[in-house]
Write a protein that binds this ligand. Structure first.
Ligand SMILES: *Cc1c(COP(=O)(O)O)cnc(C)c1O
Length: 387
């Protein structure tokens, strides 16, 4: 027993199955009369007489609610890797920028995916403004291999958003390390239950917790899990100087959500596969992608490195008008961006202008509804959207 949240790790959380680990992840040892998950610590500063030593002195640097959440995420991203460290951030972009801007210097070269998250081109422009050379190549076919020479950092996004392409992480990480480059992987779509990047060779697993990790579409969050203490110290320093920190309430809600991560992921991912299979039979659907479909171009590589294939399905309808009518006709699927939440959402991705996708391209995020209800709604909306 221990009376402080930074006390001993809950022993039941280690050496067990993933669902068991998820429900107990990051919990402190039980303390009589205390809740299982201590509530959010709202504190801008902490009592601090004398010399300012850790762990808690100022709210931009640390917070006990973050500590527990960081421990929880670390137990899922890097089980058994005691040296790995996790830091939480205000959003996925805060986490991504903290890795990129803390690890590279003017004159360095970074390799980004050309088909990654739509804000990466803005990050690229900022890196270039600071004198960093940025090269891009597509995720599919491990094309980033061809532009690795002389790079200091390789950024991988697999499966990619929104195209759902997959690259061979072990192969890319080996090639990058052989050239002395660090490897960061955006694990947003897979979640740590879908794929564990550090075990596949990445130095950093970075993600938006806004999506399936927290899964309710009501908070923004990001995190970085890294294996190198030195590299993570620089990431922590970046968080401190930029102040890109999550609020204690968001951190606590995120931790609460992780207890149901396996339930949500298993349900949503199984339904995503069922929806993808139903869409496969439709003549108006082209470019259907879901890494779990046995005949998807990414399936073979995905099966080597992923344990679950995600809750997102992407496909194209013949025209922008058809896609808009389809989205309008859906009753159980909200027309909204983001993905991974318990309520299904879909959008015509081309409306943002940042992705190289056809006008009729739809990104569909499958929620926790009954699978047969959702499949029926999608097929009915397809019928209703025909001219
Ligand atoms: C949403 C997303 C991000 C950005 O996360 P925010 O929490 O919105 O800042 C980064 N990468 C991927 C793959 C995403 O889907």
């Amino acid at each position: 027993m221990n009376d402080s949240p930074e006390g001993g790790v809950n022993r039941a959380a280690t050496g067990t199955g993933e669902g068991t680990r998820a429900v107990r992840a990051g919990l402190p040892e039980p303390v009589k009369h205390e809740p299982a998950l201590p509530g959010p610590a709202f504190a801008a500063h902490y009592h601090l007489p004398g010399d300012p030593t850790g762990p808690y002195n100022y709210g931009r640097d640390n917070n006990p609610t973050w500590t527990l959440l960081e421990r929880a995420i670390g137990e899922l991203e890097a089980p058994g890797q005691d040296a790995a460290e996790t830091l939480v951030f205000a959003s996925g972009m805060a986490a991504i920028s903290s890795v990129l801007f803390s690890q590279v210097r003017a004159g360095d070269t970074v390799v980004l995916p050309s088909d990654g998250y739509q804000v990466l081109p803005l990050v690229r422009a900022q890196l270039e403004a600071y004198g960093v050379e940025v090269r891009t190549a597509p995720t599919g076919g491990d094309a980033q291999l061809d532009v690795l020479d002389g790079a200091q950092l390789l950024w991988i996004e697999t499966p990619s958003n929104p195209g759902l392409d997959v690259c061979d992480v072990r192969r890319l990480a080996e090639a990058a390390h052989a050239r002395g480059a660090l490897v960061a992987l955006d694990n947003t779509l897979a979640t740590p239950l879908g794929q564990r990047p550090l075990e596949l060779g990445a130095d950093f697993s970075v993600a938006s917790g806004t999506k399936q990790l927290t899964g309710h579409g009501d908070i923004l969050l990001g995190y970085v899990t890294g294996r190198s203490a030195e590299a993570m110290a620089a990431v922590r320093h970046w968080r401190k100087i930029v102040g890109a920190i999550p609020g204690p309430m968001e951190a606590w809600l995120a931790h609460r959500s992780i207890a149901t991560l396996q339930l949500r992921v298993d349900r949503q991912n199984a339904t995503a596969l069922a929806v993808a299979e139903a869409l496969r039979g439709r003549p108006e659907v082209t470019g259907l992608r879901h890494p779990g479909l046995p005949d998807d171009p990414a399936h073979k590589v995905a099966a080597q490195q992923m344990r679950r294939y995600g809750s997102v399905v992407s496909f194209s309808l013949p025209t922008r008008a058809r896609a808009d009518r389809f989205l309008d006709a859906l009753r159980l699927v909200d027309d909204a961006t983001s993905f991974g939440g318990v309520r299904s959402t879909a959008e015509r991705r081309g409306r943002w202008g940042g992705d190289a996708v056809p006008e009729g391209f739809i990104r569909l995020s499958v929620g926790a509804e009954d699978p047969e209800d959702l499949v029926a709604d999608v097929l009915r909306a397809l019928d209703a959207s025909a001219d």
